[in-house]
Structures are given as structure tokens and as C-alpha cells.
Design a protein around this ligand. Structure first.
Ligand SMILES: C[S@@+](CC[C@H](N)C(=O)[O-])C[C@H]1O[C@@H](n2cnc3c(N)ncnc32)[C@H](O)[C@@H]1O
Length: 486
């Protein structure tokens, strides 16, 4: 539910360069109210479909630099009753609320503001992007600064002398909702975020987490929104595990959305070869993908209560099997064995029909094995590492490899170690930080080869990465193992 909180909100940047400049961005921000939350938080956000009816205006002041008057050290409120910053010809007046010293130039201000508009999630965790629809064509990226047309052409009484070297926020209030502490808080928040991002950009901060490397954000989020609308409510209401349904449902819907779009790209000119989810746990991801029409199956050393709640098609596609990789088996390759109730699960040798897309989502012991199994079956894969296990199945801390140091997190070390194994297997490893509610959101994808499958001795590779002694015993412990988190 969206509610506009003011007629308009303007954020301005004033800076003294060769020619003093001021930039102004005006946006419509909205309260987002969440009726299903106990505290019904009111957050501040850009409307999903944003109309930049008033956008950017550039003021050039070629006056002497002595006009540089005041540098502010912290967020400073304009006292109520401060003179208006400016007034539109229509009569609408703008009230200044806060200002703060800044040392970044207008170009960064503009860059940060556009980023904040396009990614309202920075200001609100209830929105994931802004689809910007302009009232008139405005291809900002393709225009040079001097070509950007002013959108407010008639602003009176703008006093640049008192504000050079700062960013500030101004509201054009609704008569029905005048200035209040609540509106001030949101203004304070917005200006703080703008300032932080501007200073960070000026200091050369480069975002380390890169989303949307493989699949464009809008494509992915549209699919996610569709899946969420179709499945979330019912899956949450039918949750039978002791784990948090919202976390798991939204996480698996996010992963499913990513896979659907990845597969759309990978298999646009060929048939879908089927998937297998190794260590599928509660089977939710398998269920969503089957419901979406993809053929595939999943298995886990331990069946979960959830399995019985799915459609008969999903139930038939979930198997209780322990994976013992073919290269560790001394006897002839074992084939999947069906498992009647109340007996130990059968085993699977990890050999799948060539080309089967292997999914390993937080598959713990199976994570480092994923690219190796992919080699053995000549199949692409996506793994999302979580907890750190050696190729023997024992818990261990992966060694920090190149680019990381001894103080790197266990997770970073694991991701880097399994990426190294995948590269050694001959995969071109692609990395995507998934938009899922989990800090363990690194997806490593292998769908392209750097070398031929035959050019590699897989057993040697396993030995060189610590070996797999004890795998069978460790894997069998999972069968009767203590209940896990997921
Ligand atoms: C942390 S859980 C994740 C489950 C699920 N993928 C998810 O994200 O909710 C890891 C799962 O991998 C399974 N697993 C680990 N090694 C296995 C093996 N050798 N054979 C079959 N399942 C295995 C475990 O039983 C466990 O259910």
C-alpha cells in the first residue's frame, strides 16, 4: 500500500567548483505501509512506477568564489520557519528540512540520486526496484550534462549563496499533511543515505557485491514476482518443517526464478535436458521447478516431512538416497535403488544422464563434489555453497586461496576453494550474488568448458584437494543424523 507523503521532495547539491553549481533532483516518495506487520512500519521509498514529473534542474552561478559561505559538519536541521528555498511559479513552496556538508561534486550527486531512484531497496526493504516511467522522453544516459533539459523551468528566489558545499532536502508538503516529526525522520534518513553514498563514491568506493551479472535485474525480478504471487502464500500456509517458512519459501522462489531465467538463456535453442537437485532437503526447490514445468528430480540422504505434502508428481520425484561418488566405489557402479519405508536409503553413484543440470543448493558435504560430479556426467551445474566440508565429507575450514588472506571468513574461503576445484575441473566459473534472503547467496555456475572433459584425471584432482577417505562413513552418518536446520 503506497501513500504519498508530500507533493514533492527535492534533494539538492550545492558545490563550489570553477563555476559554482547546484543540482536539484525532485522525486515523489511514498510511505509503504505493511498491514500484516505488527508494528506496521512506515518506510520511505520511491514509488515503483516513478513519474519524474519534475526531475533535474541545473543552476549555474558564475559569481565570485567569495560566495562560498558555509560548510556544515553534520546533518543540520533548518529551524521551522526558515525561509523557503524556492517557490514554483504555480505557487507551490518548498520547505527546507536538513542540510549537510559534502565534498562530492554535482556529477556524483546526480549519479547517486539516479541509483537511489532505480534501486528503491536502498531506502526500503519492501521494494526491489523502480520501473521508471517518465512523463516525457528523457534518455539521461545518452545526453551530456549541458543537453539535459531542465524540467522545472520556473523557480523563483533560489539563493545559492547560503548553501554552497552541502546537500539538502526540501519538501513541498500537502496541505492535508503538514510538517511532522515522522516526515522529518524520513527526510533525515534520505539525506543521510544520499550523503553516505556520495561521500563513498567520491572516496573511490567500488561496490564489492555485484548482482545481476548473468541475468538482468528486471527480468529476474519479474519472474520472482510472478512465482511469489503464485506460490508463496500457499507454501507458507502448508509449511510442516520446524524451520522458518518465510525464509525458505522466499529463498527457494528466488533461486527458482534465477534458474528459470538462466535456463531460458541456456536452452533457448535446444530442449531442456532435465535437472537433479543433489541434497535437496525439504524438496521445495524441486517442487517449484516441477510445478513450473521443468522435468527433474531430487534426492537426499534423509526424507523430510514436507515430501508428503507435495503433489504426487513431486513425491515421485523425491528419493531418499545417499550419494557415494562412482570414483569412490570399489564395486561396479551402483545404480539408484528404491527404498521401501523403514529401511536404510539406497545409494546413488552420482552419475546422471549427460547434460542433466546439477543443482546443489546449500548441499554441505556435496558442495565441493558438485563440479567433480558435473565432470563425471558431462553436465552443467549451479552450486550455492553454505557450510564448509572437505571432499571426505568431514567438516573443515577451507584454506584461504589467492586473493584472500588468513582473516577471510570461512564462507569466503569455502567459495574460493570450491571455485578453484571447479576451475581445476576445467569449468569456466561464473559467479552471481543471488537476490535471496540469505547471507550464503553466492551462486557458482559451470556451463562452459575451458578444456575438454577427457583432459583431466578426476581421481588425481580429488587426491590433490585433500582426498576423500572416509566419505562413505561420513555420508552414512547423515542417514540417521540429527535434524538439521534445513
Ligand atoms: C543443509 S541441507 C540443504 C538442503 C536443501 N538443499 C536446502 O537448501 O534446503 C544439506 C543436505 O544435503 C544432504 N546431503 C549431504 N550429503 C549427502 C549425500 N552424500 N547424499 C545425499 N544427501 C546428502 C543432507 O542430508 C542435507 O539434507
Amino acid at each position: 500500500m503506497y501513500r504519498r507523503i508530500a507533493k514533492n521532495i527535492g534533494l539538492t547539491c550545492h558545490y563550489r567548483g570553477d563555476a559554482a553549481e547546484a543540482w536539484f533532483s525532485s522525486f515523489r516518495y511514498y510511505h509503504v505501509t505493511c498491514p500484516n506487520r505488527r508494528h506496521s512500519p512506515i518506510v520511505f521509498a520511491v514509488q515503483n512506477r516513478l513519474h519524474l514529473s519534475t526531475a533535474q534542474i541545473r543552476f549555474i552561478n558564475t559569481g565570485p568564489s567569495s560566495q562560498y559561505v558555509k560548510m556544515l559538519s553534520s546533518l543540520e536541521p533548518y529551524p521551522p520557519g526558515s525561509p523557503m528555498s524556492f517557490e514554483e511559479d504555480s505557487g507551490a513552496s518548498w520547505t527546507p528540512l536538513f542540510q549537510k556538508q559534502c565534498s562530492f561534486p554535482p556529477e556524483i550527486f546526480r549519479q547517486v540520486m539516479l541509483n537511489l531512484i532505480r534501486n528503491p531497496n536502498i531506502n526500503s526493504n519492501h521494494l526491489f526496484r523502480a520501473d521508471i516511467s517518465l512523463e516525457s522522453p528523457f534518455a539521461d544516459d545518452s545526453l551530456t550534462d549541458s543537453e539535459i533539459p531542465p524540467r522545472i523551468t520556473h523557480v523563483k528566489g533560489y539563493d545559492i549563496k547560503t548553501v554552497i558545499g552541502s546537500v539538502s532536502i526540501h519538501y513541498s508538503f500537502f496541505d492535508s499533511e503538514p510538517r511532522s516529526a515522522k516526515l522529518e525522520r524520513t527526510a533525515q534518513h534520505l539525506l543521510t543515505v544520499l550523503h553516505k553514498h556520495g561521500q563513498g563514491t567520491a572516496a573511490g568506493y567500488v561496490k564489492r557485491v555485484n548482482h545481476d551479472v548473468i541475468i538482468p535485474q528486471a527480468v529476474l525480478q519479474n519472474t520472482y514476482a510472478r512465482l511469489k504471487a503464485k506460490y508463496a502464500k500457499i507454501l507458507i500456509s502448508r509449511w510442516v518443517e520446524s524451520t522458518d517458512p518465510t525464509k525458505h519459501v522466499f529463498e527457494d522462489l528466488g533461486i527458482a526464478a534465477f534458474l528459470i531465467e538462466l535456463w531460458a538463456e541456456m536452452y533457448k535453442e535446444t530442449y531442456f535436458p532435465g535437472f537433479v537437485d543433489i541434497g535437496c532437503g525439504n524438496g521445495l526447490l524441486v517442487h517449484i521447478l516441477l510445478e513450473e514445468g521443468y522435468s527433474g528430480w531430487g534426492f537426499d540422504a534423509r526424507r523430510r516431512k514436507s515430501w508428503a505434502t507435495y503433489s504426487s508428481k513431486t513425491q515421485e520425484s523425491l528419493k531418499e538416497l545417499v550419494l557415494i561418488p562412482s570414483i569412490l566405489q570399489t564395486t561396479a557402479a551402483e545404480t539408484p535403488t528404491p527404498n521401501p519405508p523403514n529401511v536404510l536409503p539406497g545409494t546413488h553413484n552420482g552419475l546422471f544422464p549427460e547434460g542433466t543440470f546439477i543443482i546443489s543448493n546449500h548441499a554441505d558435504e556435496l558442495t565441493p563434489w558438485t563440479p567433480i560430479l558435473a565432470n563425471l556426467s558431462k553436465s552443467p551445474f549451479m552450486m550455492i555453497p553454505c557450510c564448509s566440508h572437505a571432499l571426505s565429507g568431514a567438516k573443515f575450514r577451507a584454506p584461504p586461496s589467492k586473493g584472500l588472506n588468513a582473516s577471510s571468513s570461512a564462507y569466503a574461503s569455502l567459495v574460493s576453494w570450491v571455485s578453484k576445484i571447479a576451475r581445476e575441473c576445467g569449468w569456466v566459473v561464473e559467479k552471481e550474488m543471488l537476490r535471496i534472503p540469505s547471507t550464503r547467496n553466492t551462486a557458482l555456475i559451470g556451463r562452459r568448458r575451458a578444456i575438454g572433459f577427457e583432459e583431466l584425471d578426476v581421481k588425481e584432482l580429488v587426491g590433490a584437494n585433500g582426498g576423500a577417505d572416509g566419505w562413505r562413513d561420513n555420508a552414512m552418518k547423515l542417514v540417521k543424523g540429527a535434524t538439521r536446520g534445513h
